[in-house]
Design a protein around this ligand. Structure first.
Ligand code: TA6
Length: 286
């Protein structure tokens, strides 16, 4: 299998193993495609996604750093931080026996003035594509002289046949916070598999190794494993929120589910000078 350097719709690396597709953009070090040969796409990408400077790609694996949403105390812009709209430095590509690895770097000198995060840092994103899985590893190093704290998430969009029939196994009995609730700070307890009948936007306190997305409509299961992550976010915007997003088709919400390895709020990561933290997520079929 050979890979190519692409410029459409954004500069990046693309490989097509048989009928499959592996893709990552330099913009945001954004993994946008993992489709094994002979399978349906596993990562979801909106047909309305923007591919432009300063805009987040809607789908794939947006890199959320150094804050989640509006940040722990709210009010921070851009939402979900600046990593996903920054152009990362593509440092290395390696192809071996059909597997493709791409490594990116971003540091404070590349992101301009960031008054909400005035810290020296170096970040790496390494993505490994194979027929068996897509592995994403997001590392952050404190290159300064004082500690700093950050939030992160691998905001992974999974493709499903019909969200109404999907269930998520592996979060049973875990505490979660429901961002759609009247009191989003009230702890809830997961009872059995997660199923979907309305807008779902939950932050689970979950440092387990992973979960299983069961998709009867497409007769497949997607396994999501993780490390270095104390939270799992589960999100489907449903009808109203989907219609409110210009880069998300009104009828696309039944075809996707976000499952995100994250470190948010009380579980944000604090790095001492010279310390590194790595958040990883592995997506595979079955
Ligand atoms: O991870 C779920 C979430 O925080 C939702 O609340 C929603 O805002 C989603 O992220 C998408 O955010 P974005 O900034 O990409 O539109």
């Amino acid at each position: 299998m050979t890979y190519q350097i692409t410029t459409e719709p954004l500069p990046g690396v693309l490989a097509r193993p048989g009928t499959g597709c592996y893709g990552v953009f330099d913009h945001g070090a954004h993994v946008w495609a993992w489709q094994p040969d002979g399978a349906r796409p596993v990562l979801w990408l909106s047909e309305h996604s923007r591919f432009a400077e300063g805009q987040a790609v809607r789908g794939g694996v947006p890199l959320i750093f150094p804050w989640f949403g509006p940040g722990p105390q709210g009010g921070l812009k851009p939402a979900h931080g600046f990593a996903r709209t920054s152009v990362w430095s593509r440092e290395a590509i390696a192809e071996l026996n059909g597997d493709l690895t791409v490594r990116y770097r971003l540091d404070d000198s590349m992101v301009g003035e960031q008054p909400n995060f005035p810290h020296p840092f170096s970040a790496t994103l390494t993505v490994g594509f194979s027929a068996a899985a897509v592995d994403v590893a997001f590392g952050v190093t404190n290159t300064g002289t004082v500690p700093f704290t950050y939030e992160d998430a691998l905001h992974t969009y999974l493709a499903v046949g019909d969200i109404l029939g999907v269930s998520v196994e592996g979060l049973d009995a875990m505490t979660y916070y429901d961002k759609t609730a009247a009191d989003p700070a009230a702890p809830c307890l997961q009872d059995g598999p997660v199923t979907f009948a309305r807008e779902t936007d939950r932050i689970y306190v979950d440092d387990s190794g992973g979960l299983l997305v069961v998709d009867p409509s497409w007769s497949r299961q997607i396994r999501v494993e993780k490390s270095g992550s104390a939270n799992t976010v589960v999100w489907n915007p449903w009808t109203v929120k989907a219609a409110a997003m210009a880069d998300f088709g009104d009828e696309e919400w039944p075809t996707m589910l976000c499952v995100e390895a994250a470190n948010i709020g009380a579980n944000a990561v604090t790095l001492a000078p010279g310390e590194t933290h790595v958040t990883t997520q592995r997506v595979s079929l079955g």
